[in-house]
Design a protein around this ligand. Structure first.
Ligand SMILES: Cc1cc2nc3c(=O)[nH]c(=O)nc-3n(C[C@H](O)[C@H](O)[C@H](O)COP(=O)(O)OP(=O)(O)OC[C@H]3O[C@@H](n4cnc5c(N)ncnc54)[C@H](O)[C@@H]3O)c2cc1C
Length: 507
């Protein structure tokens, strides 16, 4: 049977990302795409931090960077500043390191052996310009930088609701995606167990050939109808609850060009600056901290009485679906799974999965078996490695000031691959060849910053005088460029204000 009608259920970030990916892929084919969302069930609206992967997708969709910045309260994100992820006793309270988006190989050269030999006097993030640029609150771009490019690599912080609207406008206007507002209450099935029709709250039925479940934590089709098992990861990732709170800003102060992730006794706090407000959230393990303690700690962090401001409590189910694709249904976004907000992995995984689906979209139901088999393998691998990367932040810490940290550092629930890699990296530092799959969405570029930002101990390799000389010169060059960029680049706020003035007074 030819696939001619596709339904996407859910109008959050996942639904509209899927609509754009499928819209681009199927633009010239006679296949109708319809996004269905309920006006009674809101979107989660908290995913505001991204990684640079999103830039590639936005360009693919035909969304200009100017449109994004003008419509979504965008601020630039050069990476994440991790505060207090190590023992205060050993490293001092307020210790921090950066996980920037820039490459850890200045001029393409591996300077890690030299850094290992000199680690006492040098922060690992000195392999990039980030310390100079981010700490000086500089924009990653010059005023004249081309779209989607900067002097240092970057992604975005944005207003999730406005981002969804921008994606929706693009999908509807440029990619002919249809939009239906209704609440789905169930589905009927074909003899082979695939989804036949969706049942709407007014008793009607709508029929499609293929279904994309983007219904958020409700997992309307993949769970309720198809009952695809959920792989629970709460033994690896303990954080399961968050309080989210938006703090208005006066729109005048400098904007940090990074996410701040500050660890506490049972999790961490996110702090995401946008142009007119901060998005903040207290993430914690409910088995290790009570709700009242969490609110007290969150209040201390914000220096506000959080309870009076009614923060939104969100329970997080940690894990992912055994199959993202089952019969004629694919799940994306929170319907597919969730780790926790650290490292902004969710929009990345959703974007990546939606692209995989689009590139492997079956034109005929007979193709589903082979395509779904391949895609399910890819996605399971990608999910497992994302979970490894998030767990890494907890399990290599030397904090031992609470049960939460002690249980994390003594955890035996590491995947075989993470366990093996960590053992190997005690002997040899991570190299590009250790990541032999392109589906490792976090690879050596990311691991080096986190491992060595967190002072992971690796044997110091022998290095030749030549290697030492080249590496030393490269650190010196990065330092010089970093100082120069900190002077030359406009401040983050200045770049965004100039942009705003330019679009409100076009010549
Ligand atoms: C605390 C927290 C912090 C996060 N922070 C980040 C971050 O910084 N970076 C990041 O990448 N990700 C983050 N995420 C994840 C991010 O929020 C999601 O990946 C993203 O918002 C996509 O959500 P979604 O579209 O899958 O679901 P939702 O936004 O929940 O959308 C679900 C949609 O389904 C529709 N729907 C549901 N049921 C029905 C029904 N019966 N009939 C019709 N329609 C229905 C709803 O109307 C809605 O449109 C965070 C998540 C949490 C919980």
């Amino acid at each position: 049977m030819n696939i001619k009608r596709v339904a996407i259920i859910g109008g959050g970030t996942a639904g509209w990302l899927a609509a754009n990916h499928l819209g681009v892929e199927l633009k010239h084919e006679n296949i109708e795409i319809m996004l269905i969302e309920s006006e009674d069930i809101g979107i989660i609206g908290v995913g505001e931090g991204t990684v640079p992967y999103i830039k590639k997708s936005l360009q693919r969709f035909g969304i200009s960077e100017a449109e994004l910045i003008a419509n979504c309260d965008v601020a630039f994100k050069q990476g994440i500043k991790f505060v207090d992820w190590l023992s205060a006793e050993k490293h001092g309270a307020g210790h921090f390191y950066y996980h920037p988006f820039s490459s850890p190989y200045p001029a393409g050269y591996d300077v890690t052996p030299y850094w290992l030999a000199n680690r006492e006097n040098l922060e690992f993030s000195a392999v990039t310009e980030v310390i100079g640029v981010a700490e000086a609150m500089r924009s990653p771009k010059k005023i004249s930088s081309p779209p989607y490019l900067g002097e240092v690599n970057y992604a975005y912080h944005f207003n999730a609701v406005k981002f969804g609207k921008l994606l929706a406008k693009n999908a509807r206007e440029k990619l002919s995606v249809k939009h239906l507002i209704t609440t789905i209450v169930g589905a009927t099935k074909n003899d082979d167990g695939s989804i036949a029709k969706l049942v709407t709250s007014d008793g009607g039925e709508v029929e499609f050939d293929f279904y994309v479940d983007c219904s958020g934590f409700a997992s309307l089709l993949i769970d309720r109808e198809l009952q695809v098992p959920f792989i629970d990861k709460s033994k690896q990732i303990f954080t399961d609850t968050a309080f989210a709170l938006q703090i208005p800003s006066d729109g005048m102060e400098e904007i940090k060009p990074y996410t701040t992730a500050t660890a506490h006794k049972a999790g961490w706090t996110w702090d995401i600056p946008l142009t007119q407000r901060r998005g903040t959230g207290f993430v914690y393990s409910s088995s290790h901290m009570s709700e009242s303690q969490a609110l007290e700690e969150f209040s201390k962090y914000l220096q506000l009485d959080v309870e009076k401001l009614s923060p939104r409590k969100i329970s997080m189910k940690i894990g992912y679906r055994e199959k993202f694709w089952c019969k004629n249904c694919v799940a994306l976004g929170l319907a597919q799974g969730f780790v926790e907000p650290l490292e902004a992995t969710s929009i990345l995984l959703t974007d990546f999965s939606a692209e995989i689906l689009a590139r492997n979209f079956p034109r005929n139901s007979e193709n589903i078996e082979v395509l779904s088999g391949y895609c399910n393998k890819v996605l399971s691998y990608a999910w497992e490695r994302v979970i490894d990367f998030v767990q890494l932040h907890y399990c290599i810490s030397d904090r031992d000031d609470s049960d939460f940290w002690q249980e994390n550092i003594n955890s035996t629930s590491l995947s075989e691959i993470l366990h093996e890699r960590l053992e190997m990296w005690k002997l040899n530092h991570p190299k590009k060849i250790d990541f032999f799959s392109q589906f490792d969405l976090f690879n050596v570029d990311n691991y080096l910053f986190v491992l060595y930002g967190m002072k992971y101990l690796t044997r110091v390799p022998p290095i030749s005088t030549y290697e030492a000389g080249v590496s030393k010169a490269q650190f010196a060059q990065v330092k010089q460029r970093s100082e120069q960029l900190a002077k030359e680049l406009p401040s983050h706020r200045e770049w965004l204000s100039k942009f705003e003035r330019a679009i409100s007074n076009p010549k």
